[in-house]
Ligand binder design. Structure first.
Ligand code: G3P
Ligand code: CA
Length: 243
């Protein structure tokens, strides 16, 4: 059965990458939440998609130029709706403390060389999550890591052969397949328009987890669900019906 992933939480109905969007996804019965991680100026792991805070807060500037405390003073909800005024940006360490009965798709968004080690350190320090990171301890991965950035994927795999990693890609060519093989990746996560029956069969033969993203409407997600892919990451996970 295809797993449905709440993209940046339930981001069509609440401000993306916030506790509100994660809580709404969970209360809607969604099993996987996706979010993006980056490092602040003082090397704290923070959950935010863009390189700057301009679009999703009442502040301006680059995430990597702000300290965690500076970010915590800002409002990450009003841009979406007045109803969400004074929403705080989530700290990854706090997210790990506050959530357990849910599965994570963690996108390593930032390119900082310290980001992956810091994310892994925080997971390893958390009593609940530290064992859940390993695939062999779970029937289905509780944590799936992914990134568009080959260097960050390399760092993840260097940490362990027993964590689930998917490579996000906007193109498919031999280089992509070679990279997936070289690092024994668990999954390939292509932009939805790249996937078709032939490619799905090819990826199946390689025993790869196939998950897709970038959907602009429910119909396109449903088409790929019918073709039997493993995961779809969407802004409206509550509107997708998987039999
Ligand atoms: O899960 C993949 C998806 O999140 C990638 O796109 O831009 O939303 O991070 P983006
Ligand atoms: Ca993402």
């Amino acid at each position: 059965m295809t797993y449905v992933v709440a993209h940046r939480g339930l981001s069509s109905k609440s401000p993306e990458n916030t506790y509100h969007s994660f809580d709404l996804a969970i209360s809607s019965g969604i099993n996987y939440i996706e979010f993006d991680v980056q490092l602040t100026k003082d090397k704290e792991v923070v959950i935010i998609h863009d390189e700057t805070i301009d679009r999703t807060s009442n502040g301006f500037g680059e995430v990597k130029e702000k300290t965690m405390n500076e970010l915590l003073d800002l409002d990450f909800g009003s841009w979406f709706s007045e109803k969400y005024k004074n929403t705080k940006i989530p700290q990854f360490s706090k997210l790990l403390e506050s959530y357990n009965d849910i599965n994570f798709v963690i996108e390593i968004k930032g390119s900082d060389k310290d980001l992956v080690p810091k994310v892994l350190e925080l997971i390893s320090k958390n009593n609940y999550w530290k064992d859940k990171i390993y695939e062999s301890n779970n029937n289905k991965p509780k944590i799936i890591f992914c990134s568009f950035l080959p260097k960050q994927i390399e760092k993840l795999r260097f940490f362990s052969n027993d964590i689930a990693i998917g490579f996000l890609t906007k193109n498919i060519d031999q280089k992509v397949f070679d990279f997936v093989d070289q690092y024994h990746l668990n999954g390939l996560f292509p932009y939805y328009k790249l996937l078709n029956k032939e490619l799905i069969e090819k990826l199946r033969k390689k025993n790869l987890m196939i998950s897709s993203w970038g959907f602009e409407n429910i119909e396109d997600a449903n088409k790929l669900i019918k073709l039997g892919i493993d995961g779809v990451t969407v802004d409206w996970p509550d509107e997708i019906i998987v039999d």
